[in-house]
Design a protein around this ligand. Structure first.
Ligand code: F6R
Length: 612
């Protein structure tokens, strides 16, 4: 969370930085700020609220500078406000910093610096970096690289920090540990950002700055030092991103664009991974660790939020297909419950961003106990993809809407491929079954396209939910995680209280909630639980509850009982989640839209949660 940008070159840095912040707004959007150098002094403009407000302000005052740093914030320490927004400046105005991450020892440092007379203006942890750097610079004769080495070693926590110095107005400096920072190499200009989205418009030539490294960049060149201050060289990478991927492309919201991209993204996640005769799955990312993957005694799926729901689906599917014990846990719980980890456990770390702090910490712990980590990430080069032993990318493309949609179905797709690959190696599915599943998987993109055609119908159902205060989402078996995911989508973008439940659990408590004002969405496709789910629908109707049912096309029974039905095509039981999740995404999207919610930037949220 939080996005940072830096620019130095011949353009107006303030304009470039603010535009970059707009691209990074999905990382945090409660306040934003920018700093440049004007008349030999650091000038800062920062505003509570969205980047648009900052943009208007810098335009009104005609703020220009050849160098600039900026920040869009997701508050951790201190409420969203002008004062707590970044950049933060040191007491004597020598340096300004922007920071993404969290400084765990900031209170101790703050107290020490206050004793030395430093005056803190904000309640943030980040401000300590500016005062500390100024103090260390004074003690080291203004040697910025040496000072940054000391600051880097003093700070405990996770950080990407970009620094502007009044004494070196033609330079930008940066340090990094744990949170991402990308250098964009231009012609006579250089850029820094939390990810590639602010850069792609100007350059595709990038370097991912490593942990413990120190960067100095001018408009013309740059140097990167390791933690011992030796200059190092890095291989340049090419950003795999097009500008069109990060624009709305005619859709009202990124979320809707991303929902509609799913026929393509699901296919992209399978591309080149199923042989032409459907007989085999090929996962290029599994080489050295293939035996550890196939012979593991236990599979563990670790993730947070929506990615956790993908892990839950995988547990059902792997148990059925591979006949191996499986567990799934939210990463933040896993670490703190002193889990029993056996050397040789295979752990799937599932993450869209690849930067979720809880997931990173959990897998690091598991790694120490000898587990083998298989990363399933969307963002190429992300931390989780790097710290995993091996893995596979999901290839969903850049996901900007804060509510995850296409990344989820891409995760499911890749997990299915892993399940089939393992089952094939173990012989727990027959060759015929593998072929059949592969064929059905390849049919999914067209089936998703068919469901998307019902968007207008789903909008009509959403209108009936406009004034709901509370909702239930029910599913059984592999549809239980989809019910949880449906409820999560609904609550995060509509702010309607929504509970996901295993349908069989309904009578053990949640049924008390049901009346004519609490609608229930129930996944009632024709799978092995179908008849039991029909009983659940009847129990709800007997209590005057409104029912929206996701049913299999051609079902003649449920339309006579439920208030609204959304028909989806038929597939096998295990693969249904790839289809049932689509109408739930559309239902949340349209409900949020009719309620006038800020769909791409729901309150209090940020796209990637890089603090524990
Ligand atoms: C919900 C959502 C979050 C993320 C969670 C994990 O729509 O997007 O729940 O799924 O924060 O993020 P990643 O997948 O980046 O680790």
């Amino acid at each position: 969370m939080c996005g940072i940008v830096g620019y130095i070159g011949s353009k107006n840095a303030i304009e470039v930085v603010v535009k970059g912040l707009q691209r990074l707004e999905y990382r945090g959007y409660d306040s934003a700020g920018v700093a440049g150098i004007s008349n030999g002094k650091i000038q800062i403009v920062k505003k509570n609220g969205r980047v648009d407000i900052l943009k208007q302000t810098v335009e009104d005052i005609k703020f220009t500078s050849h160098v600039g740093i900026g920040h869009t914030r997701w508050a951790t320490h201190g409420e969203p406000s002008d004062i707590n927004a970044h950049p933060h400046i040191s007491s004597k105005g020598k340096v300004a910093i922007v920071h993404n991450g969290i400084i765990e020892n900031y209170l101790t440092l703050k107290k020490e610096l206050q004793k030395k007379g430093k005056v803190f203006l904000s309640e943030t942890d980040s401000e300590v970096i500016a005062h500390l750097l100024e103090e260390v610079l004074e003690a080291n004769g203004g040697d910025m690289i040496a000072s940054l080495q000391i600051v880097q070693r003093t700070l405990v926590g996770a950080f990407a920090v970009v620094i502007l110095s009044v004494e070196q107005p033609d330079m930008i400096y940066a340090i990094k540990k744990g949170t991402p920072l990308v250098l964009g190499i231009g012609q006579g200009e250089n850029f820094l950002a939390s990810d590639g989205t602010p850069l792609v418009q100007y350059t595709k030539s990038v370097i991912y700055i490593g942990d413990g490294e120190i960067l100095r960049m001018s408009a013309k060149d740059f140097q990167i030092y390791n933690s011992d201050i030796q200059e190092i060289s890095h291989k340049t990478s090419t950003l795999e991103m097009e500008l069109s991927m990060i624009e709305k492309d005619g859709f009202e919201h990124f979320m809707l664009k991303e929902i509609f991209e799913q026929p393509k993204t699901i296919l992209d996640s399978m591309r080149g991974r199923i042989t032409a005769d459907f007989s085999e799955v090929k996962l290029g990312g599994i080489n050295k660790y293939a035996p550890q993957l196939y012979n593991a005694n236990r599979y563990l799926f670790l993730a947070c939020g929506t990615s956790f729901h993908a892990g839950m689906v995988a547990r059902y599917v792997f148990e059925q297909w591979c006949r191996v014990a499986c567990e799934v846990d939210v990463a933040s719980e896993f670490r703190y419950r002193k889990p029993v980890i056996h050397s040789g456990d295979a752990i799937f770390a599932i993450s869209q961003s690849g930067e979720t702090a809880d997931t990173i910490v959990a897998i690091e712990e598991a790694k120490e106990h000898g587990a083998n980590i298989f990363g399933i990430c969307n963002v190429v080069g992300s931390t989780i993809s790097r710290v995993s032993h091996e893995g596979a990318y999901t290839h969903a493309g850049v996901e900007i809407g804060v509510a995850s949609t296409k990344a989820f179905t891409a995760q499911l797709t890749v997990l299915y491929l892993f399940g089939l690959k393992i089952a094939q190696s173990k012989g727990t599915l027959t060759a015929e079954q593998i072929k059949q599943y592969n064929k059905e998987l390849l049919a999914i993109p067209n089936q998703v396209a068919e469901i998307l055609k019902m968007s207008a119908e789903i909008l009509e159902i959403s209108k009936t939910l406009k004034d709901a205060h509370s909702m239930l989402f029910l599913g059984r078996g592999v549809q239980f995680p989809i019910a949880l995911e449906g409820a999560l989508k609904m609550k995060e973008i509509t702010y309607i209280h929504a509970e996901g439940y295993a349908a069989g659990e309904m009578k053990h408590g949640p049924i008390a909630l049901i009346d004519e004002n609490v609608p229930t969405v129930i996944i009632a496709v024709k799978d092995s639980n179908y008849l039991k789910v029909i009983s659940n629908i009847k129990e709800i109707k007997a209590r005057k509850g409104k029912v929206i049912a996701i049913i299999t096309k051609g079902d003649k029974d449920i339309p006579g009982i439920a208030d609204h039905c959304i028909e989806i095509p038929e597939t096998s039981d295990a693969l249904y989640p790839l289809l049932t999740t689509i109408p739930l995404q559309l239902l949340s999207y349209h409900t949020a839209n009719v309620r006038g919610c800020d769909i791409d930037k729901p309150r209090n949220l940020a796209k990637s949660v890089t603090v524990e």
